[in-house]
Structure formats: structure tokens, C-alpha cells
Design a protein around this ligand. Structure first.
Ligand code: GDP
Ligand code: IMO
Ligand code: MG
Length: 421
């Protein structure tokens, strides 16, 4: 029995989807435990190119069963579209994808409120994906949520009426349009009818799997520094992203987690507001253009920066990372010199990430180290020895400084473009 959590060690989009896809071959269960369809995980394999938002990225391995735990929030329209898309692509998810009825439902008012709150915050906006994530988790913890289990009785109708009475008042006060009870009820009853074949309480299935020695792969959404508690609050997401969240989100006791894979991009990106200490602002620079990416969920341009080792080190410590998966090393090819932030100082004194808040992070002095780059295209390399000496040194510097070995090195977006050490 192994339980492997795959977590992003930065601000999301580290390449978790790809890592989960290539690790899934030896797994029985692949599971999501947090977040919602704010996640966008890219998978490129023999079936094609996919941007997955809710279904576990390990579903492509035909030996796996996919689980969406109660810790995930579900926009049914998005999930149904994703299931249909995967079935059409020949992945065949029916009978091997189960969604916890404990999971909360993203309602139309959650998405409307997400947008209205963002607009009210103006320049201080979080830069959310506007998928209703903050409002649905707020309702969950304030006992106002609607769960799939409510649809098994008229509890859904009862709760919807109360919520619409509350939410319509806020929506109108903020300049939005009233939602009509009948229309929302009928739309969501329709989604429930279509999702019903996938809804199943996961408790016994998970417990039996753990006791009978099955292998679990837990796929985190977002990244360590978007975690509500340990991220750069208030520029965070609304769910816990560290592996312990899998305990509440799936019903797996923490002591069962055997491995934590920290997926780390060879540089840094961030989407939305909040501090990014090593950010590169010169949009005309070679490195800015090289690092540039388009967000998988919203299509926004990702902010970019040099690798920040204090961030990766903190993620390793916080989540108990046992091995690192370093992605996008191929993107660094062609740079004369690579900069790496090795630590932070405040008034000349060493500080850790955790010693400063989100606003303080804009003021820390960054300690930079310059290392020599390499010119070669490394996308065809499949062994560590095939990498140029400077690329090998870059990898070694990261594992020494972060405190966990680099076991996988990404040299391209496709599943097979991976070096295993
Ligand atoms: P996730 O949210 O952590 O799953 O990451 P995203 O899919 O949002 O963003 C990662 C991006 O990097 C995607 O476009 C991936 O296809 C791409 N990617 C992942 N690993 C590598 C790699 O090793 N090299 C290259 N060139 N691209 C990669
Ligand atoms: P994956 O799983 C990158 C960011 C948003 C915003 C903040 C809050 O693909 O790595 P939210 O919609 O969650 O209320 O937005 O969190 N964010 C992500 N950034 N990757 C993600 O997911 C993200 N999910 C949320 O950009 O700054
Ligand atoms: Mg992503």
C-alpha cells in the first residue's frame, strides 16, 4: 500500500497534471481532495492534449479508479462537460469515476458573488478565477452550503429557497440581477439527474482500499502558497492545499500518507494578485518571453519570476516532501546566466518566508545567486547523464538547497519527456 500526494511547491501550475499522469500507471486510485474547477491541469499523452479541471488527471491510466472527494467543490456543468469530453476521447470514465455526495455544489450565486466581491475590492482584488470558489467555501464553513446529498430529498429545495432569499439581497445591493428560484431549481435538478450515476459515498471504498494494500495517488489543486493558512493571505485560494487536507477531503488518515511529491517549476509563475518576490517585470526581456505562459483555466497571462528557493524549501518543510519533480528545465535552455533566489533578509538579518506576511514579502531583500546556463536543447534527454553539466549542477543545487532529492526532471510537456533518476 502506498499513498502518494502530489503537491505544487509554488503558486500553482507547477506541472502537477503531467506528474500525476505519468505516476498513475502504478496506481489503483487517483483522487482529488481540494479546490474545484479553479484548477487547470494540463495532460499531454497518447490520447491528446487535455486541460482538466475536476476529474483526477490520473484517469487516463485504464487501471485507475478516479475519486473526487468531499473536500472538492463542484460546478456540475463543468464536471458533466469534462466527463463527456473524456468519454468522447476514448478514456471511458463510466463505472470508474466516483464523486462524493459530501461535496459542495457551486451555485450560480457563488459565481456572481465572486465577481461582485472582486469588483468591490478594486485595486486590492485577489484576481480570482471567478469560478465561485471563495463564496462556495464560505457557505460551506458557515453552514449555508448545498451538497449533492441534499438532492436525495427535498432538502435541496428547502435550502435553495433560504439561500436565494439571502443571496439575492446581497446581489441586488451590489448592483447585480435577481436569480429566480424555479429556474435555478430546474437547472440544478437536471444536473443532479445526469450526475447521479457518478455519486457514491467514498468512505468504505477508501477504507477497504487502504486495508487491502491498494495504491492511492492524491492530486492537489493549486499550490502551497495559495493555501488559505500558509499562503500569501489574502492573495490565496479558499481551500487547504497542503497534503493534510487529503485527510479531511478524502477520509485518509494522515499516517497513511507514504510519499509526498513536490512538483516544482524550474522558475516561478503566479496568476492573479499578491506578492511574487522574484518577479521579472521587464516584459521586453528575453527571459520574460521565455518563461511566459497562458493560464489553463482563465487564459490569463501568468506572471513570471526566477526560481525562489526559500519558497521551495518552505514547501518541502511544510508538506514533508519526500521527492521533488522538477518541471520545465527545458525552458531554461539558451540562457547565458540563470538567477536563483537563495534566501530572504530583512534589515540585513536572515528571515524565512513564514516570518513575513504577504505585504512584508514585497519588502524583503532577496539574496540572489547567478549560475551559468546552457545552450543545448535538452528536450530529447531521457537520462540525467545526457543533460549538459550546467543543467546537472542546476538540479543538484536545487535538491541540496530545498532539502529533498529531485527524482524526476521534466524536459517537455509530454508524458514521456521526463527523466527518472
Ligand atoms: P498544473 O496546474 O500544476 O497541472 O500545471 P498547468 O498545466 O496549469 O501548467 C503547467 C504548464 O507547463 C502546462 O502547459 C504543461 O503542459 C507544461 N509543462 C509541464 N511540465 C513541463 C516540462 O517539463 N517542460 C515543458 N516545456 N512544459 C511543461
Ligand atoms: P492549478 O491547480 C494557479 C489563484 C487565482 C487567484 C487565487 C484565488 O491549476 O495549479 P480562486 O479562483 O481560487 O478564488 O482564486 O488563486 N489560483 C490559481 N493559480 N493555478 C491554480 O490551480 C489556481 N487556482 C486558483 O489566480 O490568484
Ligand atoms: Mg494549472
Amino acid at each position: 500500500m502506498t499513498v502518494t500526494a502530489v503537491i505544487g511547491s509554488q503558486w500553482g501550475d507547477e506541472g502537477k497534471g503531467k506528474a500525476v499522469d505519468f505516476l498513475a500507471g502504478s496506481m489503483d486510485y487517483v483522487a482529488r481532495f481540494n479546490g474545484g474547477n479553479n484548477a487547470g491541469h494540463t495532460v499531454i499523452n497518447e490520447f491528446g492534449t487535455f486541460k482538466i479541471h475536476l476529474v483526477p488527471s490520473g484517469i487516463f491510466a485504464q487501471n485507475t479508479t478516479g475519486l473526487i472527494g468531499g473536500g472538492v467543490v463542484i460546478d456540475p456543468q463543468v464536471l458533466l462537460e469534462e466527463i463527456e469530453m473524456l468519454n468522447k476521447a476514448g478514456i471511458g470514465v463510466d463505472g470508474r469515476l466516483w464523486v462524493s455526495p459530501r461535496s459542495h455544489v457551486i451555485m450560480p450565486y457563488h459565481k456572481i458573488l465572486d465577481g461582485l466581491y472582486e469588483e468591490a475590492k478594486g485595486a486590492g482584488a485577489t484576481g480570482t478565477t471567478r469560478r465561485g470558489i471563495g463564496p462556495v467555501f464560505a457557505d460551506k464553513v458557515s453552514y449555508n452550503g448545498i451538497r449533492w446529498t441534499d438532492f436525495t430529498s427535498d432538502m435541496f429545495e428547502q435550502r435553495l429557497q433560504v439561500q436565494l432569499n439571502l443571496k439575492n439581497k446581497i446581489i441586488v445591493a451590489l448592483g447585480g440581477e435577481v436569480l429566480k428560484y424555479e429556474a435555478v431549481r430546474d437547472e440544478y435538478r437536471g444536473y443532479y439527474a445526469r450526475l447521479k450515476p457518478y455519486l457514491k459515498e467514498l468512505f468504505s471504498l477508501v477504507q477497504d482500499g487502504l486495508k487491502s494494500g491498494k495504491n492511492f495517488l492524491l492530486e492537489q489543486a493549486m499550490g502551497t502558497f495559495l493555501d488559505t493558512d500558509w499562503g500569501t493571505y489574502p492573495f490565496v485560494t479558499a481551500s487547504t492545499t497542503i497534503p493534510s487536507a487529503a485527510s479531511a477531503g478524502l477520509g485518509i488518515p494522515p499516517r497513511y500518507i507514504t510519499n509526498v511529491v513536490g512538483v516544482t517549476k524550474a522558475y516561478t509563475t503566479r496568476v492573479g494578485g499578491g506578492p511574487l518576490p522574484t518577479e521579472i517585470h521587464d516584459t521586453e526581456s528575453e527571459v520574460y518571453k521565455k518563461f511566459g505562459e497562458v493560464a489553463a483555466t482563465t487564459g490569463r497571462i501568468r506572471r513570471v519570476g526566477w526560481l525562489d528557493l526559500e519558497i521551495v524549501r518552505t514547501a518541502v518543510d511544510l508538506s514533508g516532501v519526500t521527492e521533488l519533480c522538477l518541471t520545465k528545465v527545458d525552458t531554461l535552455s539558451g540562457l547565458e546566466e540563470i538567477q536563483v533566489c537563495t534566501g530572504y533578509k530583512m534589515n540585513g538579518v536572515d528571515v524565512r518566508y513564514a516570518d513575513v506576511d504577504a505585504y512584508g514579502l514585497d519588502k524583503v531583500e532577496l539574496v540572489y545567486k547567478k549560475v551559468k546556463g546552457w545552450q543545448e536543447d535538452i528536450s530529447q534527454a531521457r537520462t540525467f547523464e545526457e543533460l549538459p553539466a550546467n543543467a546537472q549542477s542546476y538540479v543538484k543545487m536545487i535538491e541540496e538547497s530545498a532539502g529533498a532529492p529531485v527524482k524526476w526532471i521534466g524536459v517537455g510537456p509530454e508524458r514521456e519527456a521526463t527523466i527518472r533518476r
